[in-house]
Design a binder for this molecule. Sequence first.
Ligand code: ADP
Length: 466
Amino acid sequence: MNGLRNSIKGRLFIWIFSVTALFLVAAGFAIYQEAKAIVCGTIDMTLHSKAQVITGLLHAENGAIELELQEIVSGDYSIPRSGHYFKVIMDGTLLAASPSLVDSSFDLTGGAAGEHVSKTAETVFTSIGPGDEPVRVLKYDIRAYERTFGIFVAESLDDSLDMMRKFRRFLLIVIPSGILIVSFMALWIVRRSLEPIALFAGRIGAITHKTLDERLDSGTETAELAGLADSFNDLLDRLQKVFESEKRLIADASHELKTPVAVIKLHCDVLLLQERTPEEYVNALREIRSVTVGIDTLVKDLLLLSRLDSGVLSSSEFEAVSLNGCIRKSAAMVQPLAEQRSIRLNLAFGDDISINGNAENLVEVFLNILENGIKYNKDHGEVDVSTSLNGTDAVIVISDTGPGIAGRDQERIFDRFYRADSSRNTDGTGLGLSIARTIIDAHGGSITLFSEPGRGSSFTITLRSL
Ligand code: ADP
């Protein structure tokens, strides 16, 4: 039963079964009651007509009251216990009775049940007839010829009760059969209607990580499932994107790590070929250390990227951040590098702007761009930073006097691991700008580049202010 309730099929079946059963039982009961009322009504009407006929036959002759019996004591009234009876009481004494009563003293009022009083002087009730059969009796009280008459007319209920019994038996067979038939039909309809869901589930089940590019055809699905198919396809699009970017990240990461690891191994192999002087060992260790510094930066960048990809930056955890404060912090971090190369950092701040974001990550963005502006700059060059408010947008422009970026590289520098050929001799992982863009995207902002080769680069970052 619990299993039935837990499935749509089961629930639909229980509902259809309960409603149909309730309806058929109620309808059967109402039909039976109505039929019973019609049968009783018909008998009562017949009895009423007969009482009227008998009343019409009463007349006074020479001061004596008579009933013209010969008019009615033929047929059913003349056959003993025929089921059709009458009796006329005048002033408390029997005036006439139908021969069918056999014993005229038979009390038609005995064992009365379910008495019913009409608006007229008629009383209708059920009693036991001379043949021990249930009879319907109508008693009509009138005053005529200055006397009081009680006219009793009765009719056996045997045939009617028999008919009702047959009708009840018929209903008791037809209603449960109807419930059974409707239940089977409901089961069949429910099964047929839910078949598309099972097929749909089958198609979804067939999609694995190897067939992530497969899509459900919403055009061939039923109207109810077409929307679900579209949503599922959207989900697959998003999953495929993440899955592929993860795959690419792993492939790129292993590719990028291969070279420095090979370099370390080579240094070790060369060192081990023969006995070395302490000076040679120290030099080799220095080389190895500088390579591991690169690996360390790469691993840190990769970790940050994978954390960003997994959605660690959620706007629900953002808070009000001072834009000038973030830039100042980044500038302070790159200051020693700038001084090494005699590069001037010019910060031109407008009024401080509040950003809804993550301070640590925003510092990372400015740090990466400032570091590039210094790293790729010429000695004695300059890096300018300015902030301004454009409507509700905070606009940050970071320009440098470096070599600029060639047109073909401009589109790709935000790609993971992309490094322009001219930068290969400079330390870097090719991840700084893609990390910056991922963080800016998560803040609902944008980053654009304007660069003229030979005349420096200018990055414009737009972030929504609070
Ligand atoms: P990385 O600096 O570690 O190589 P980035 O993602 O920060 O990685 O930059 C990608 C590439 O874009 C760099 O390798 C470089 O070729 C180019 N680039 C970025 N910033 C500048 C800049 N200010 N001037 C010239 N080239 C730049």
